[in-house]
Design a protein around this ligand. Structure first.
Ligand code: FES
Length: 218
């Protein structure tokens, strides 16, 4: 089954945003996920054709980056960072609690299609370890109890906000934002807080500055 004319038009809109068609490949794959809930073989073929690459090259991109799914994802994607800092500070326990609550393991989706659970790598948010993401929005400093509570509230249909402000939508909604990041949502919330800037603030307080590099010294 090929893609619809509407989908093709949206893919072409993405291609038109970049100097070279192949530069649009990653947003195109995110768009296909937002529409199909995964990157399907038809989606790969359409993206490859419009990006001017071979299906094999498009498949290589879709299979290299773990944010692209080759099987259907749930309504909400729950990611738990289990890299060193998060793992040591409780990420492993958070993952175990969620796995027990949802009854699924890594990269599995609940039978009702509502949640996909995934162990994820460092999200560059170590300041707030352990970190969990819900549809790629941050939940900072989580505990097993607070993580399960987020799932409970989503399941009850309550409005849930990231600890940084934005309202949790759905995984497909986020995928669309990744394809079209100029939807006005990027500036929502508080991406940087005092804890993240603590080192910089202390350095300023003490009059510390980074040493000049050899190049700057010339
Ligand atoms: S180790 Fe978890 S965000 Fe960096």
């Amino acid at each position: 089954m090929s893609i619809s004319e509407t989908t093709r038009a949206q893919l072409e809109e993405l291609v038109a945003r970049y100097p070279r068609p192949r530069s649009a490949l990653m947003p195109m794959l995110h768009l296909m996920q937002s529409l199909d809930g995964e990157v399907t073989p038809d989606g790969i073929d359409a993206c490859a054709e419009l990006a001017g690459v071979s299906p094999a090259e498009a498949t290589a991109v879709a299979s290299f980056y773990t944010m692209y799914r080759r099987s259907p994802g749930g309504a909400h994607h729950i990611g738990v960072c289990i890299n060193t800092l998060c793992g040591l500070l409780g990420g492993d326990a958070v993952y175990e609690a969620l796995s027990e609550r949802l009854g699924v393991g890594h990269d599995q989706t609940t039978p009702d299609g509502r949640f996909t659970l995934e162990r994820i790598e460092c999200q560059a948010a170590c300041t707030h370890a352990p970190v969990m993401t819900v549809d790629w929005e941050f939940m900072d400093d989580v505990t097993p109890t607070s993580a399960v509570d987020v799932v409970d509230r989503l399941e009850r249909g309550e409005t849930v906000r990231s600890t940084r402000g934005p309202v949790i939508r759905t995984w497909r909604d986020t995928e669309r934002s990744l394809a079209f990041p100029d939807d006005g949502l990027a500036a929502e919330g508080t991406p940087v807080d005092a804890k993240m800037l603590a080192g910089l603030s202390l350095a300023k307080e003490r009059g510390m500055a980074a040493p000049t590099t050899a190049q700057e010294g010339r």
